[in-house]
Design a protein around this ligand. Structure first.
Ligand code: AMP
Ligand code: ZN
Length: 115
């Protein structure tokens, strides 16, 4: 979708530093971080939010959850929060499904690009 900012990042129309990338999803840093580590896990498929999820998406979401564990290991996170906002009334601003991964642990900052 050309008017979706995450589709534009996915296609490369908006340049980004993808810290993890595969055929299903990619990971970038949030442009307005709410914690020392604030990553966004974003599927390539334009799914507006969890309200639009279908059974065929189960494997994709499973892979994204496994990736959040791998990211925690990669960046030495001792813990993290995962947030998925679904719907305007829940505070969703970008209507392309994404997982927020937030952490306060320090060592990750040194390894993330841009920090
Ligand atoms: P949500 O409220 O769950 O829809 O969160 C959308 C998130 O996307 C916010 O935390 C924004 O800071 C973030 N965001 C918006 N545009 C960009 C962008 N171009 N690159 C990285 N993060 C973005
Ligand atoms: Zn999109």
């Amino acid at each position: 979708m050309s008017d979706c900012i995450f589709c534009r990042i996915a296609s490369g129309a908006i340049p980004s530093e993808k810290i993890l990338d595969n055929e299903h999803f990619f990971v970038i840093q949030d442009i307005h971080p709410k914690a020392p580590v604030h990553l966004l896990l974003i599927p390539y498929e334009h799914i507006p939010n969890l309200l639009d999820l279908e059974a065929k998406h189960a494997a994709l979401l499973g892979k994204m959850l496994v990736a959040s564990s791998q990211l925690a290991q990669k960046y030495d996170l001792s813990g993290f929060r995962t947030i998925i906002n679904s719907g305007q009334s829940a505070g969703q601003e970008v209507f392309h499904l994404h997982f927020h991964l937030l952490a306060n642990t320090g060592s990750a900052q040194k390894k993330l690009p841009g920090f």
